[in-house]
Design a protein around this ligand. Sequence first.
Ligand code: ADP
Ligand code: AMP
Length: 217
Amino acid sequence: MPTYIVLLGPPGAGKGTQAGILSEKFKLPHISSGDIFRENIRNNTEMGKIAQTFISKGELVPDDVTVAMIRDRFKRPDCVRGAILDGFPRTPPQADSLAEMLREFGGKVDLVPFITAPAEALIERLAGRWSCKECGHAFHSKFNPPKTPGHCDFDQSALYQRDDDKPDTVKHRIDVYQQQTAPLIDYYKKGGILTEVNGFGSIEEVATLMNSIMCVE
Ligand code: ADP
Ligand code: AMP
């Protein structure tokens, strides 16, 4: 039976960072909806052009566009054993669509770690985030610096600061999270699969907490 883990939490909570660690550990693909959008923007696809208009303002990309993109991603063979989902779903209709898609593969969402951190920490983390242009891996100028300044540890590509990580856009993204994504906390609580994880420690401390809640094979 495939294993699907959904990482929930506000922007900057550490979802991508922890998803990378889990992906290595469980040998499951790390699916980041934000990374796929950014790849489409770089490649100037029709979908990327639509997504860009929302992402630049810190708004959510419409559900139909997002769900179609994830449905496409699930068709790739690396998803047969499951996946670590980071940034998707972000609204209750997306969560309904996810449940429906996973039923088609004989799977379900198994676990939802909900990573929390105070708003000031989110803003500081995003202001110092440097992302790899190629693989999307996130570093931090203070909390997780790359070995060679300006270059990714994994593929040596250039690091850049995301436009939507500017403090004003971040504040709006946190509001959007509160309004549109936070209802998923109750959604998954009702399903009995949500576990809160304190994301305010170091990356290693949070990874240890994540480990302690993993009861999947
Ligand atoms: P999200 O995917 O939830 O938006 P990221 O995983 O990209 O968040 O993390 C946001 C920024 O904070 C990155 O620069 C990352 O290196 C850094 N970071 C992640 N986890 C921690 C942590 N526990 N403590 C300090 N910085 C962190
Ligand atoms: P992230 O990389 O997760 O921080 O996402 C960056 C931006 O991409 C978000 O602010 C949204 O504009 C868009 N995005 C990512 N995932 C989704 C999603 N599941 N639904 C709608 N928009 C999304």
